[in-house]
Write a protein that binds this ligand. Structure first.
Ligand SMILES: N[C@@H](CCC(=O)N[C@@H](CS)C(=O)NCC(=O)O)C(=O)O
Length: 214
């Protein structure tokens, strides 16, 4: 048995993809086509009833879901690369940053930009729908911008997010910074420098190439 990784290129699973490659683990990839609805098919829902990606199926067959849980499991199972700081306070700070990225920047901000229609009330006319869509997207961009301003205040002047070394928090922060880059959303200076620092890692370059980015 080997680890089975369910992912979508350029999505939040990119952060987990980076961690798997940083750890040099063998794993089997299944790429889901979300627009085609792969994540809603019975076969996938039997593995992950939430229909979300990423999912990591472990060697014993257990399916792990949720970015933070997968990242934590990887860091604790393969401690050699110190992807979670040994110090308890730094580890807790890494978890807090990761949670803020996934729950707030992604969960409250980017979902409004990428999956706008989920926030629409039913029964709107076509004109009303267009007005609502624009408002929801604007709200999404506002939430993302506010959240990056908070993260800006948490980051050190230079270097990785927590404790001076690359950790699971950097992989989480990277995927939302990558989305900012792709959607033309300006990052504040420390976040922008953090994005370049992580992006320059050979493993990250390799993952982006594998996911179809140049
Ligand atoms: N809280 C989840 C969020 C994952 C998530 O929402 N992923 C998006 C893609 S970036 C997704 O699966 N969207 C499909 C859906 O929610 O139906 C996690 O941490 O894994």
């Amino acid at each position: 048995m080997t680890l089975k990784f369910y992912m979508v290129p350029g999505s939040c699973s990119t952060g987990i993809h980076i961690l798997l490659e940083e750890l040099e683990l063998p794993f089997e990839v299944t790429v889901l086509n979300m627009p085609a609805g792969d994540h809603r098919r019975p076969g996938y829902l039997a593995i992950n009833p939430k229909g979300t990606i990423p999912t990591l199926v472990l060697n014993g067959g257990e399916a792990l879901t949720e970015f933070q849980a997968i990242a934590y499991w990887l860091a604790r199972t393969y401690p050699r690369k110190r992807l979670l700081p040994d110090d308890t306070l730094l580890a807790a700070q890494a978890m807090a940053l990761m949670d803020y990225v996934v729950g707030t920047v992604h969960g409250q901000g980017y979902t409004r930009i990428f999956t706008t229609d989920r926030y629409l009330p039913t029964g709107l006319s076509a004109t009303e729908q267009a007005t609502w869509q624009a408002a929801i997207q604007a709200q999404g961009r506002e939430r993302v911008t506010e959240a990056f301003a908070v993260i800006e205040g948490l980051l050190p002047d230079a270097g990785y997010a927590v404790g001076g070394a690359f950790s699971i928090a950097d992989a989480a922060l990277f995927y939302v910074e990558f989305w900012a880059d792709k959607t033309g959303l300006a990052l504040p200076p420390r976040c922008a420098a953090h994005y370049q620092l992580v992006r320059a890692r050979p493993v990250v370059q390799q993952v982006l190439r594998e996911e179809g980015y140049r």
